[in-house]
Design a protein around this ligand. Sequence first.
Ligand code: PMP
Ligand code: GLN
Length: 380
Amino acid sequence: LVDRMEPHAETIFATMSALALEHDAVNLGQGFPDTDGPEEVLEAARAAITAGHNQYPPTIGIPTLREAVAAHQARHHSLRHDPATEVLITSGATEAIAASLLGLVSPGDEVVTFEPYYDSYAAGIDLAGGVRRTVPLSYPDLTFDPEQLAAAFSERTRVVLLNSPHNPLGKVFTRAELEVVADLARRHDAWVISDEVYEHLTFDVPHVPIATLPGMAERTLTIGSAGKFFSVTGWKVGWVTGPAALVRAARVVKQYLTFTTASPLQHAVAHALDLGAQVLTDLTDSLQERRDLLVAGLADAGLDVRPSDGTYFVVADAAPLGVPDALQWCLDLPAAAGVAAVPVSVFCDDPQRMSTLVRFAFCKQVPVIEEACRRLAAFT
Ligand code: PMP
Ligand code: GLN
């Protein structure tokens, strides 16, 4: 293995899910729903196979899905995209992130991103030979210092890699925060890659796509994922939207990563996107209830729970329990308490930052969350 990929040898999700399995623990570590999406969406995939959509689709994605993604961006965000040149279907948001970085970042170019960051960002930047410039999100208020952000930019800055709603913090960036990011991106003539996979999973706060801010549509690639929209994370269907020249950069790379994305699943996602907003609202409402349940349970167990305005995740501070290091605590937790969770420090360049914070997933069934809370309360 090349040196630059050694730090990324095993993802934290593989480690924690293996421990959960070994100890029969309730898995609140890896963020995947334990119930599948709407039956109508699942049926659309079965129907697509039966209808014979089983050979290579076009590398940029089937026309009906590109049209459905463009219609979604127009309907929800008033962003207009030509499905022929400004939409690319990818094998999950993960491929979208990697293809966008590989298409836009030359070796030595700098990529600005907030810390903590979703784990594939560091690996994607390293794949491209880019240099990561991280800006800490502060704790406990979960915001950033505009001057620190400004200081992370240089003449080598090529890309800002943004994530809102934010995994792992459950933070939804405000319009004012995004304006600071946008202003710096414009001033430094940087592209923005905006990972918005949780755009519909926000609770009582608005999601603002950075591409909707003045002067940003022409420099932003926006990334989405059907896995998160429709609770089918194993399908790995995602997309990139943006100006044709930037989408082309990701498209050229995608040809040599996967060439194309599973045909029947593209058909099913096109159908799902046309079902209308109710499906998405139902998921958000039920997730919000489960968030509240988990937040109450974690507080009962003695953790200091931080607010989560979106995503599948809530972060809690284990310091009040006398825990000095959440990484070790999370490694022990499956055996000791029968619960799996993820330490936030693994999403940071500096493991001392946020070293007592733990991420718990609430995209699980109510009895599963209740059982996890019982086990944690008994343990702490
Ligand atoms: N970005 C973020 C912030 C995520 O949390 C995830 C996965 N949960 C992804 C990207 C990857 O999405 P996909 O499964 O569609 O590749
Ligand atoms: N994104 C999910 C999480 O944050 C996991 C996806 C993965 O395992 N790569 O838990």
